[in-house]
Ligand binder design. Structure first.
Ligand code: HEC
Ligand code: HEC
Length: 196
């Protein structure tokens, strides 16, 4: 069985366990998130280098990433260990909790910010909005990018381009980063991080 097949099976199990009756429990998610706050921030807005904000991320996106870490298909020494301690129900509750929080509010940048302008043009040319949404809020399994930490966005793009991070089966981010240079990725990360 490939890692991807295993991930699909695990996610199917998460979905099946959800069933129609067992709605995710936001309050239980909040309680479980106490273990995450030291790194991801009290309200899911991270002040820690290379550590993503989770507030306002789509529910399914958070759940998928936790399943990827748990299966080892997304690599991170820290998060693989964290995710291994999480059961399917906790993962569902955490997804619902973070999705319920208000997203990060970045400092506005002036219109004249050239790096942001370059990032905006690259986003249009590369159709980033087609999946991430017109205002980069994400949906379903697709990440919110607006207001995410710039260092996190840049690392993610570099990880997708190098193949260190593969995401879910359909190689969408591998394709999206294929033609990008490192300076392009810096401009895109800057632009997304400064979107409200
Ligand atoms: C010791 C610090 C630490 C703790 C505790 C921690 N995380 Fe993380 N988390 C990280 C780092 C660092 C990353 C970025 C991994 C990478 O570079 O790909 C991350 C990534 C993630 C991601 C992926 C987000 C994205 O935008 O790609 C999710 C989801 C996540 N963590 C959820 C959790 C949850 C839920 C908990 C608590 C149960 C938790 N984390 C506890 C440090 C931590
Ligand atoms: C075909 C759909 C698609 C396109 C086009 C696309 N993305 Fe993505 N993107 C995704 C999906 C799906 C994920 C979640 C990947 C995963 O599961 O690990 C993602 C994840 C990301 C992440 C990681 C966020 C995080 O917090 O972990 C970044 C950064 C990103 N995309 C930036 C971009 C940029 C910049 C562009 C345009 C150059 C782009 N994407 C185009 C589908 C897409």
């Amino acid at each position: 069985m490939t890692a991807r097949t295993i991930v699909s099976l695990v996610l199917a199990a998460v979905a099946a366990a959800a069933g129609p009756a067992a709605a995710a429990d936001v309050a239980a998610g909040k309680a479980a998130a106490a273990a995450c706050a030291g790194c991801h921030g009290e309200e899911g807005v991270s002040g820690m280098p290379l550590t993503p904000s989770l507030a306002g991320e789509p529910d399914d996106f958070v759940q998928w990433q936790l399943v990827f870490f748990r299966s080892g298909s997304r690599r991170s020494d820290i998060m693989e260990a964290v995710a291994q301690s999480l059961g399917n129900e906790e993962i569902r509750n955490l997804g619902a909790y973070y999705a319920s929080l208000p997203p990060p509010r970045p400092q506005p940048v002036p219109q004249s910010d050239e790096l942001a302008q370059r990032g905006a043009a690259l986003a249009v040319a590369n159709r980033c909005q087609a999946c991430h949404g017109d205002t980069f809020t994400g949906s379903g399994a697709v990440a919110r990018l607006a207001g995410q930490r710039e260092d996190v966005l840049l690392k993610a793009l570099r990880d997708f381009k190098s193949g260190r991070r593969v995401g879910s089966g359909v190689a969408s981010m591998a394709d999206a980063t294929y033609g990008l240079g490192d300076d392009d990725m810096q401009a895109l990360a800057h632009y997304m991080a400064t979107r409200p």
